[in-house]
Design a binder for this molecule. Structure first.
Ligand SMILES: CC(C)(COP(=O)(O)OP(=O)(O)OC[C@H]1O[C@@H](n2cnc3c(N)ncnc32)[C@H](O)[C@@H]1OP(=O)(O)O)[C@@H](O)C(=O)NCCC(=O)NCCS
Length: 424
């Protein structure tokens, strides 16, 4: 939301260009129009909604560069997320809606925006940055594929779906008054994940409110109603999506078997009515609806991954202390009293465990007898649990444990179940 009292960020750049944050609705409209030009008309509404109505954004998160004629020529933003990771919550900053006008590309404008992005990231106290972005480009800024699932999924054809076993399930559009109900259903399914997105009541109201259209993140949210008239779950269907020939479901609460079958039948009906080739399930492996679809023959479409950068790995590890304590508690290393060195080649981190609790994780100059050597970017999928050390070592021979302590590394850094349902 735009807060007129928020301090404006403004820096003069060479060639009479100015990099600044958005402080008025007029500026927001101009940046939104620019984003529409670069990314497509549905991104105008997306930008405008995100910064006019989302409870967690501020104008200071939306950065742009203008020329001497006051034209917007580049922009990018930080979208604030709160992630739930095991025992803790942590703040993440998504780098989003990045673009430079074609005639200004290759002049370092995006690099300037990134500098301002990292300042905002630090001001907000974020510990990791996530991006959905284009392949390859963001490696230069230190992002790495974390192997946390993003898009892709599973495909099912309408004719693979058996008829419902219980008649009478209906579907109605969710309204803002459903926020509490959907929040509870969301929490129940997010509980199956080690890493998930936190959704406050404010975010739910944003997702369910009547926003400006078109919006690239527009979803149809449907409440599943049982034959007795009670809420039996919900599904969310994105309007704009990859695989345009398939209707998609990218969020679903846990459902009973009859309700799940009714949902599959409703999706099949919609696919046929809309002349679509099938249904795509972009859901976590823990989802009951996905398991049903797989049982009826859904085929994998593969998947993409979030790219993540962790600018301060010692700070992230410190924050994850309660997660490590919980992992140690159920293991042969319960009560661990030991300093553990991690050699990230260009950085060295010492984790100090006392009675099974992490006292601190700090950068140190020299690494004494490290239990693990790993390239710094590969520490990201390891710590977030997208990949195990064995999987990383298969592609990166310079990622290797000290033989004795490999079992401890397996306890501290297991594979996680992660799925980030969108917060906008
Ligand atoms: C991607 C994009 C934002 C880059 O903006 P830009 O202002 O031209 O980028 P910069 O000039 O600041 O370049 C930043 C760095 O990226 C490099 N770079 C630029 N285009 C690149 C490309 N297509 N692939 C790889 N690297 C590239 C530059 O060489 C520079 O690195 P250097 O400083 O080490 O030389 C711009 O090309 C764009 O708007 N593309 C279309 C929209 C888009 O794809 N947005 C990203 C969606 S997530």
């Amino acid at each position: 939301m735009i807060d007129p009292h928020e301090p404006i960020f403004s820096v003069e750049l060479p060639e009479s260009l100015t990099l600044r944050s958005v402080s008025t609705y007029d500026e927001l409209e101009r940046v939104a129009a620019f984003n529409g030009l670069i990314h497509g008309p549905e991104v105008i509404g997306f930008t405008a909604n995100l910064f006019a109505a989302h409870p967690d954004t501020r104008g200071r998160d939306l950065l742009y560069i203008k020329n001497e004629n006051n034209e917007v020529i580049a922009s990018g933003c930080l979208i604030p997320w709160k992630l739930h990771f095991g025992e803790v919550d942590l703040l993440a900053g998504e780098l989003g809606i990045v673009g430079t006008r074609e005639d200004y590309r290759g002049r370092g404008l995006n690099r300037h925006l990134m500098g301002a992005f990292w300042q905002r990231f630090a001001d907000r106290g974020c510990l990791l940055s996530i991006i959905q972005g284009i392949p390859y480009f963001y490696r230069q800024y230190g992002y790495e594929y974390a192997h946390l699932p993003l898009e892709g999924g599973w495909r099912l054809q309408p004719d693979q779906i058996p008829a419902p076993i219980t008649e009478g399930y209906t579907f109605r559009p969710a309204v803002p008054d459903d926020a509490m109900l959907l929040a509870a259903l969301y929490e129940a399914q997010a509980g199956y994940q080690d890493i998930s997105a936190r959704r406050t009541a404010g975010i739910w109201r944003y997702l369910l409110s009547d926003l400006r259209k078109p919006d690239a993140m527009e979803h149809e949210t449907l409440v599943v109603v049982s034959p007795q008239g009670d809420p039996a779950g919900y599904i969310r269907l994105p309007k704009y999506r990859f695989y345009e020939n398939l209707i998609a479901v990218d969020e679903c609460s846990e459902l009973s078997f009859p309700a799940g079958l009714a949902v599959l039948n409703e999706l099949a009906r919609r696919a046929l009515a809309q002349g679509q080739d099938g249904i795509r399930f972009n859901l976590p492996p823990t989802s009951g609806l996905l398991k049903l679809a797989q049982a009826y023959g859904a085929a994998s479409l593969g998947g993409y991954s979030w790219q993540v950068r962790v600018p301060d790995m010692a700070a992230l590890l410190t924050h994850l202390g309660p997660v490590f304590s919980a992992r140690l508690a159920g293991s042969p290393f319960s009560g661990l009293n030991r300093k553990l060195s991690l050699d990230l080649y260009r950085q060295h981190i010492e984790m100090d465990f006392c009675g099974g609790a992490l006292k601190s994780a700090v950068f140190v100059k020299h690494c004494q007898d490290p239990i693990l050597r790993i390239p710094p970017e590969q520490a990201v999928p390891l710590v977030l649990g997208g990949r195990t050390l064995d999987e990383i070592s298969a592609s990166y021979p310079d990622a290797s444990p000290q033989h004795l302590w490999k079992p401890l590394i397996q306890v501290l850094f297991p594979k996680t179940r992660a799925f980030l349902a969108t917060i906008y």
